[in-house]
Design a protein around this ligand. Structure first.
Ligand SMILES: [Zn+2]
Ligand SMILES: [Zn+2]
Length: 167
């Protein structure tokens, strides 16, 4: 799930005005990316990559979502192998450990989104239904029917719909 949560964090960071090498580095650190030192060119590359990840969350059909993930896999994932580094349980890596930061970020997000999409049967990756929000999120609820990024957005939308109702 590391790759999916990182993808969500990056997509949401990208859509605010706070994308900086420092804020990016913080996000990478939070998601256990090793050697997360961010240079200006790495920041630019990861930002361009992040813009390509939003369509995975915005996709209106499973087929579209798969297509968006496939495009990421094609450019971001190299050879796939199992690893148990740092005493972690066996998990897949999608790029050799020695690769530069941007390559490893691309690999872990592309691979993570692909595995998640498979396991969630093409669902559970979404953006907030409140049109002024559009925050990306991963739906880990039991029934997988979450429409909003937060209770606050759900309430705001409910109030708006109520006001719009003719009396
Ligand atoms: Zn790992
Ligand atoms: Zn929202």
């Amino acid at each position: 799930m590391v790759g999916v949560h990182l993808a969500v964090a990056l997509v949401n960071l990208e859509s605010t005005d706070s994308w900086l090498p420092e804020t990016l580095e913080e996000a990478l650190q939070e998601h256990q990316i090793r050697r997360p030192h961010v240079t200006e060119p790495a920041s630019e590359q990861i930002r361009a990559w992040t813009k390509r990840m939003r369509p995975v969350f915005e996709a209106s059909s499973k087929a579209d979502r798969c297509q968006s993930v496939n495009a990421l896999l094609a450019d971001g994932a190299g050879s796939v192998y199992l690893t148990t580094h740092d005493d972690l349980r066996p998990h897949l890596h999608f790029a050799p450990d020695g690769r530069d930061l941007q390559s490893r970020v691309k690999a872990v997000t592309a691979g993570g989104l692909a595995i998640f999409t498979m396991e969630a049967e093409g669902e559970r990756l979404s953006v907030c239904a409140l049109s002024s929000c559009r925050t990306a999120f991963v739906d880990t609820s039991r029934n997988g029917r979450r429409a909003y990024c937060s209770a606050r957005c759900a309430n705001t939308d409910a109030v708006r719909r109520h006001r719009r109702r003719p009396r």
